[in-house]
Design a protein around this ligand. Sequence first.
Ligand code: ADP
Length: 443
Amino acid sequence: MIQPILYEIRLLGLLLLFSGIIGYFFNVLTPALVVGVTLYLLRNLYQLLFLFHYVITRKRTPSLTPIGFWEPIYNELERLHTRSRKRKRTLHRFTSRFREVSSVIPDALVLLNAAEEVVWANPAARHLLGISWPRDEGVALTKLVHYPDLDEYLTNADYSQPLEFPSPTNKTVVLSMRFTPFGGKKRQRLIVARDITKVFHLNLIRRDFVSNVSHELRTPLTVITGFLENLSDHELLPFQERPFELMNQQAARMNIIINDLLTLSRLEMENRITHPSPVPVPELLTTIVEQAKALANQKGGYQLEFEVDENLWLVGTENELQSALSNLVFNAIVHTPPKTKITISWKRDADNNACFTVTDTGPGIPQRHIPRLTERFYRVDKARSRQSGGTGLGLAIVKHSINRHEGNLSITSKEGFGSCFSCCFPDDMTLDANQLNPVKQKK
Ligand code: ADP
């Protein structure tokens, strides 16, 4: 850095010395010095013009050899040029790769800005969603995809569950649309829409199959139980008594399984409850607690504790909620030994959600079983559960019922310390009994 400056000082010094000597000899010292300085300035102006040309034309090499402090300036510019060219090449390579990859992805990808307008879309978005980029750039998503629930989905901005709907371009195709917020303040969104027609139909077939089989089994079972009832009116021979008792038990068990399967199929038909009405949860809990006490006494006595917010109601379907909440309470009695402490609470949590929690100090559930407990027929101990009359369908029914009420079931447990089953409903599914009109309160 010091070299170019020394060069410039030397150049200016030499020019002034040379013009000073000439001026001294010809007795025109001042004009000669002015000429010397002017020459130095003209030389720099000349260099500046070349620099201007070099920057504007973006040439790779300067058209004159820079000297003095012009040399490091040119060198720095050259370094910046090279770096920027490299970056451009990398960016270009990356953009073409991204275009190539996004064009072969079978799922539709759409980028939305904060105003929910299309910013970019890949080619698959054209045949799955009818969105073509760049044609539709800047157009609002709701103007391109006409689906009644889409507006509400975007307003709620709850993207935890994907939106499933028929493709706007082909009604026989079922799409699952997932929204992922990204960017500053997470106001932009990436949409991934996937063709789930096959999975959707397989699910329908499975649901219909289970429902049909359950219905079909019901008729022969009704006949069998009818005959068993008839037989119970007759005197049985001693060797017939035990088989008869077992037949009765198994028929009753089969009846429960069929009923549970039919309940599950019915719950699966719709993701949301269809005719919501105010549900007096504290009243439901009073009935559940009475039944729980009776069951607890039968099993040898439990320490039951309650904490109920008397004004906290829900909006939903009463019998579905009754069955879900009672299932959690009865499970705590059925799957724990006598004398266990069971705490039942119904109140708001810190986020104002309404939470129903059943905590027990029973043996707990090993961690590996917890994620699978809500699967159909999943039981930690099959033999014991069967003995206690369980079908393994209870928690699957609970989960579906709670989800249909926009709630969430969470299970925590620690072996040797007990379990906690909790279902929380969002504030907008709750009602304050104090604010209800008298007609509803009488319900
Ligand atoms: P079941 O008809 O067997 O009760 P569920 O679906 O209701 O079926 O429960 C699934 C399994 O979860 C039960 O078989 C049991 O092993 C376990 N479980 C449920 N609740 C509890 C609890 N409070 N304590 C320990 N295990 C439990």
